[in-house]
Design a protein around this ligand. Structure first.
Ligand code: 5GP
Length: 216
């Protein structure tokens, strides 16, 4: 065996990426995000700030930073957000926080944000953004999932369906589109995208010294 380099290709220095998962509600995005965060310790959730009240089981600082409308407005004025948008009557935003510095250190972030936020992030930082859109297999299945989810009235479900259709219309602003027919299969596809994107040459900032060393 020839002389080995002292660094394996898996540990090469690289830039982190901003991995965006968007979908209409009911397409499985929340489940997929949770699965990804559990399976892959190298990616962290970007915790958004929101003016929407917490749902049962949601923890401040873990799922969202829950803030008052006044505080949110202050954060806008202080230029604290990477992007923000109004979604279904509440405001949601990505705090700048540590993201930029952490990306440079190779930390990947998962963003569970809507199409408006995706557009804004992409405009600001094209090279680090990977945009993935999840579609339901059919409108009937989406309806079934939205109905199964809650004890809501037909009216509420109809309003959710309308919103879902509106979200779906933005499918073409994404790099990858996956139809979520089977959650395990869909999850494998999400992971394959993430793995491939990590190997993009321009993200692998450690390649130059690595190859230099290889060539002796
Ligand atoms: P929910 O209230 O169900 O948690 O989220 C409602 C919608 O807001 C989802 O489509 C979610 O992706 C989106 N959202 C959550 N956080 C952000 C954010 O920081 N920015 C943007 N633009 N959308 C967000």
């Amino acid at each position: 065996m020839g002389e080995r380099t002292n660094q394996s290709a898996d540990t090469l220095q690289r830039r982190g990426l901003m991995f965006i998962l968007s979908s209409p509600s009911g397409a499985g995005k929340t489940t997929l995000s949770r699965m990804l965060l559990e399976a892959d310790p190298a990616i962290k959730l970007s915790v958004s700030a929101t003016t929407r009240p917490p749902r049962p089981g949601e923890i401040d600082g873990v799922h969202y930073h829950f803030v008052s409308p006044e505080r949110f407005q202050e954060m806008i004025e202080a230029d604290d957000f990477y992007e923000w948008a109004e979604v279904f009557g509440h405001r949601y935003g990505t705090p700048k926080g540590m993201i930029r510095a952490a990306l440079k250190e190779g930390q990947d972030f998962l963003f569970d944000i809507d199409w408006q936020g995706t557009q804004q992030l992409y405009q600001k930082d094209q090279q680090d953004v990977v945009r993935v859109f999840i579609l339901p297999p059919s409108i009937e299945e989406l309806h079934r999932r939205l109905r199964a989810r809650a004890t809501d009235s037909e009216e509420v479900i109809a309003a959710r369906m309308e919103r879902a259709r509106a979200e779906i219309s933005h499918w073409d602003g994404y790099d990858y589109v996956i139809i979520n027919d089977d959650v395990e299969v869909c999850f494998a596809k999400v992971r394959a995208i993430l793995e491939a994107e990590r190997m993009k040459r321009q993200r692998q900032t450690g390649l130059i010294p690595f190859v230099r060393h290889l060539m002796g």
